[in-house]
Ligand binder design. Sequence first.
Ligand SMILES: [Zn+2]
Length: 271
Amino acid sequence: MFPGVTNSGYRDGRLIDTAPDDAIYTDVDITEILITHGHADHFACAAALRRAGSRVIAPREEVALVENPEVNIRGMFSWAKPSDEMVTKLFRGEGCFVDGYLDEWSGPGIQIIPLSGHTLGHTGMLTADRVLFTGDALYIRELWDKHPLPYAIDVGLVKSSLDLIQGLDFDWLVPAHGHPVDKADSVLDIQHHVARIEAIEALVLRELRQPRTTEEIIARVSGRLGLKENPAQYWLSVTTVKGFLGCLLERQMIEFYVQDYAGYWRTIASL
Ligand SMILES: [Zn+2]
């Protein structure tokens, strides 16, 4: 692996995600770059490496985001145009043409593991030497102080992916952010991640014992978790809190209605 602000991996000519600067791959023979998902900090120098001759492979659902980061930025703001200060730097970067889909890809020594939830098509990779690259599917314990509300579009899928990771056979797990952990430590990290999700779900259910607008529940959750207060963090929280609301709605634990032209959420009374 290449440690960095985004860790990247390497096996048999394949690079897994990229660091911000392609200089660290000088003298590395890269035939293909396998991208875990469409956030710009994971394909930061993919365009530069592709210009030098590598092919880029990405999950099918993430291709539009990799090729044009503006798609992700627009999605964040319901397809309208946000201002620059509203957009996290993690979403900004150089787009990169994608040469193939990960679900159609196969290569020696790397197994593709779908790990949806952080984004729709988020995907991990397990190498033949028993190293699992999990992208942003797992936030290890050391990250939670800085990231008390990890970005997720669907927390139910995040939990299923964490379950799946725990059932896999590997010696080392390399998250995209933070240091590698061995199998025993990864179990504790997964348990912690699941416990945090369940605690945030409980917080949402408690807060929605009285009806609150989308704006109010985002503010309540952000305040209780002690998030930084700035426009970029706010817009990340909008998505993730909706990731919780959508999941609780699907499980029929909360309901949604419109009153006086505002959208309200409320915990189902019998819970
Ligand atoms: Zn990400």
